[in-house]
Write a protein that binds this ligand. Structure first.
Ligand code: B12
Length: 361
């Protein structure tokens, strides 16, 4: 799970080692049968679980760990090859694992941090109980007016029919559906469905990568229209932080700002703090948008926000992306100007709070 993500630190390595040892002490069958590879993967998985716990503890936001627990439970149920009821078996194994994490967490660093860690793990255990008794959610589906178009586009992707997929989107660019809707209510929704198919172990990694790259190509069909709109004199700079590779959302957001008259400077995935600050100095934007999908990058995002606020106190800052949606409105504690769940809402906010105000100066 952690292959494309850098996650470990000294503290989590120490906890992972203790949990790893305890897991084998408690399960002799596992100790006797696990291969070297299985042991390595298990160690990586423990680190991965701890990385979510770390962020939840750091920001005192239990929702981060609760959402992760739901996601992990579903992932493991779908991967289970057990002859027993996979839901019951996954519940049992994960609960046992979380109890081990609670045990190894209870005698480390400060008493306060240990207490918070154990409280959050217990919320995870509570969540597992609820998930077991809840009907497993079906594949994500939205029944709005674009359902048939999404289905057609996804079917082309599943069949690897690039030509038909791109041709469908090219036709959409000539239709009366707004670009905001094509991006967010069609392509974004299909990508969520693609993620769900991967999560349910129905779609392979190569296919998921293909869906992403084809959708990037589809987005580029709109560039002739996007870059021909009248300018409003405002500039936005956008990027992903840390080792965040999920850049399609912030790319869409930047393109939609450009379409709505802004000059956009999109720095892409995984941009280091110093590079962001340098680019702000050079480009002097009116607005900056930082995107985070994986919660592990929230801490760095906060650090970058603090750096921007210190060096450029007048610059308006927005944060957003999937990671923020899995928190209890964490952005409100950061003293940033705004966070929204999609690009259209941000563009409306920016019109009111930046474009119109600049025009009146
Ligand atoms: C494509 C994809 C990838 C691609 C990304 C390629 C790229 N060029 O972007 C690759 C293959 C790299 C990838 C890797 C991984 N992925 Co991935 N990925 C996805 C997928 C399928 C789609 C993402 C996407 O493009 N969505 C569409 C865009 C348009 O939506 P969006 O990003 O949410 O953006 C919108 C809003 O959030 C908002 N927004 C975004 N940024 C900002 C910024 C501001 C300021 C504001 C206001 C708003 C805002 O506006 C956007 C437009 O409306 C998602 C599924 C999902 N549900 O999203 C999984 C998903 C996010 N990935 C997941 C995982 C687990 C991973 C990996 C850890 C897998 C691994 N084994 O390595 C790695 C981690 C990589 C890393 N270091 O970051 C999980 C995360 C689960 C979790 N527990 O958090 C998901 C949810 C899949 C799933 N259903 O399980 N992934």
């Amino acid at each position: 799970m952690s292959s494309l993500l850098r996650i470990s630190n000294d503290q989590s390595n120490m906890l992972a080692e203790k949990a790893f040892k305890m897991q084998f002490e408690l399960d002799q069958e596992m100790a006797n049968t696990y291969t070297e590879r299985q042991r390595r993967l298990m160690y990586e998985d423990i680190l991965y679980n701890l990385s979510y716990l770390d962020v939840a503890v750091k920001f005192d936001d239990e929702k981060i760990f609760i959402e992760y627990t739901k996601w992990l439970y579903k992932l493991l149920c779908n991967l289970s090859k057990s002859s027993e009821d996979p839901r019951l078996q996954t519940h049992h194994r994960l609960k046992e694992h979380f109890q081990i994490l609670a045990k190894v967490s209870s005698d480390t660093d400060s008493a306060d941090a240990s207490k918070r860690r154990v409280t959050i793990i217990n919320k995870g255990i509570e969540t597992l109980g609820k998930e077991l008794h809840q009907e497993q959610a079906k594949l994500y589906q939205n029944n709005d007016q674009y359902q048939a178009i999404r289905k057609e586009y996804l079917n082309y992707l599943i069949k690897s029919d690039t030509r038909a997929a791109i041709s469908l989107v090219r036709d959409l660019s000539k239709s009366d559906i707004t670009i905001d809707d094509v991006f967010q209510k069609i392509l974004q929704e299909v990508m969520i469905e693609v993620g769900d198919l991967w999560h349910q172990n129905v779609m392979s990694v190569d296919k998921e990568h293909y869906c992403t790259s084809t959708t990037q190509t589809a987005l580029s069909q709109f560039y002739p229209i996007i870059f021909e709109q009248p300018r409003n004199g405002c500039k936005i700079l956008t990027c992903c932080v840390g080792s965040e590779l999920h850049e399609m959302g912030i790319r869409m957001l930047s393109d939609l700002f450009e379409y709505h008259g802004w000059d956009s400077i999109y720095l892409g995935a995984a941009v280091p703090k110093e590079a962001i600050l340098k680019s702000i100095s050079e480009n002097k934007p009116d607005f900056i948008g930082l995107s985070v999908t994986m919660p592990q990058h929230l801490e760095l995002c906060h650090d970058i926000v603090l750096g921007i606020q210190e060096k450029f106190p007048d610059l308006k800052v927005a944060v957003g992306g999937r990671a923020f949606i899995s928190t209890n409105e964490l952005w409100k504690k950061w003293n940033v100007d705004i966070s929204t769940q999609n690009a259209t809402q941000l563009i409306e906010w920016a019109k009111e709070n930046i474009v119109l105000k600049k025009g009146r100066q």
